[in-house]
Design a protein around this ligand. Structure first.
Ligand SMILES: [Zn+2]
Length: 293
C-alpha cells in the first residue's frame, strides 16, 4: 500500500523539471501564470510573487496563513490567494518540495479541481530525494469544533478521511465521502472533484468582488432542486471537501497518518485543526507518554 510504504520508509519527492500553468483566479478573475520548480530536500513548498520585485518567498505552513475566507491565502500584502488545490495536488502525488512562482495575487482556478495541477506535475515527472519523510501520527484523538462543525482525528495506521457535508439543497441532503487516501485513489477519486457553491451565493459574492473567475466550467452550482450543471461524481461536493482538507493539511509540512472525520467544516476549521495537530505533536515530542499497560 502506497500510504504505509511512504509512512514507514518513504523518501521525499520533488518535480524533475519546471512546469508552467496559466489561467484566471477564481475570485480575482485576473489572468495569472505560475511556474512550479523543483525544491531542495527538506525545503517544503514555497510561494513567491514574481510580479513584486524583492518579494520574500512564503512557506506553505499554518503560521503563514493570512486569510481563510472562501479559500486559503498565504502571507499578507505580497501574499498568494487560493493555494489549496495546488497544495492538494502536491500532497496527493506525494510531492514534498516545490518552489512556486506566481505573477499575481491568486493561483489560477483552472477547472476548479486539482486534476490540472496533477496533470502538470505528472508531465514534469517526479524525482525521489535522499531525505526521508517524517509523517505525523497521532497518539491520542485531536478535536476542533466551531458551532455545529467539527473535525476529529483519531490514531490510525493509514491516512483516511471521512467527510460529512450537509448540502444547501433539500434535493441533495447530506453527503458522505470516505477515502483511504493513497496516490492512486487521490488521483482517480478526489483530484477531479471541482469547487462547488450555491447559485444564489454567486450574486452576493460577485457584489463583494469575489468569484469573478467562476463559471460553469470550473465550479459546480447547487440550486434548490439540486445541481445546476453535470457533476463528475454523484457526491462531487463531498469529494471536493476531502480535496480541500488534503490541501490544507499540506500546511503541516509533513504527511499525516490518521483517520479524520469532518462534519460541515471549511478552510477556517481545517487550519484550526492543523494548528491543533501541531500543538499535539509538539506536546507528545517534548513529553513522551508511555502506555502503562
Ligand atoms: Zn476547493
Amino acid at each position: 500500500m502506497t500510504a504505509s510504504v511512504r509512512g514507514e520508509r518513504g523518501r521525499q519527492h520533488t518535480l524533475r523539471r519546471p512546469v508552467t500553468l496559466s489561467g484566471v483566479g477564481l475570485h480575482s478573475g485576473q489572468p495569472v501564470i505560475i511556474e512550479c520548480r523543483p525544491g531542495a530536500p527538506g525545503s517544503g513548498i514555497t510561494f513567491v510573487r514574481t510580479d513584486l520585485p524583492g518579494a520574500t518567498p512564503i512557506a506553505a505552513r499554518a503560521e503563514t496563513v493570512g486569510d481563510v475566507m472562501r479559500g486559503v491565502t498565504l502571507g499578507g500584502r505580497d501574499g498568494v490567494r487560493t493555494v489549496e488545490h495546488l497544495l492538494a495536488a502536491a500532497a496527493g502525488l506525494e510531492i514534498d518540495n516545490l518552489r512556486v512562482g506566481v505573477n499575481g495575487p491568486e493561483l489560477p482556478a483552472l477547472d476548479g479541481s486539482a486534476a490540472p495541477y496533477c496533470d502538470a506535475f505528472e508531465r514534469a515527472g517526479l524525482d525521489e530525494q535522499p531525505t526521508r519523510v517524517d509523517p505525523v501520527s497521532l497518539h491520542e484523538p485531536v478535536w476542533v469544533e466551531r458551532g455545529t462543525s467539527w473535525i476529529l482525528g483519531i490514531p490510525a495506521s493509514q491516512f483516511r478521511i471521512t467527510y460529512v457535508v450537509p448540502l444547501p439543497s433539500d434535493a441533495l441532503g447530506i453527503q458522505v465521502a470516505d477515502v483511504e487516501v493513497d496516490r492512486t485513489r487521490f488521483r482517480k477519486e478526489i483530484a477531479p472533484a471541482r469547487t462547488w457553491g450555491r447559485i444564489d451565493d454567486l450574486q452576493t459574492m460577485r457584489a463583494q468582488g469575489l468569484a469573478l473567475g467562476a463559471s460553469e466550467e470550473n465550479a459546480l452550482g447547487i440550486g434548490p432542486h439540486g445541481y445546476t450543471g453535470t457533476p463528475r461524481f454523484p457526491d462531487e461536493p463531498a469529494r471536493h471537501k476531502i480535496l480541500d482538507l488534503i490541501g490544507d493539511l499540506a500546511l503541516l509540512g509533513r504527511p499525516l497518518q490518521a483517520h479524520l472525520i469532518a462534519f460541515g467544516a471549511g478552510h477556517a476549521l481545517h487550519i484550526e485543526f492543523v494548528r491543533a495537530l501541531e500543538a499535539s505533536s509538539q506536546s507528545t515530542r517534548s513529553a513522551p507518554s508511555f502506555p502503562s499497560a
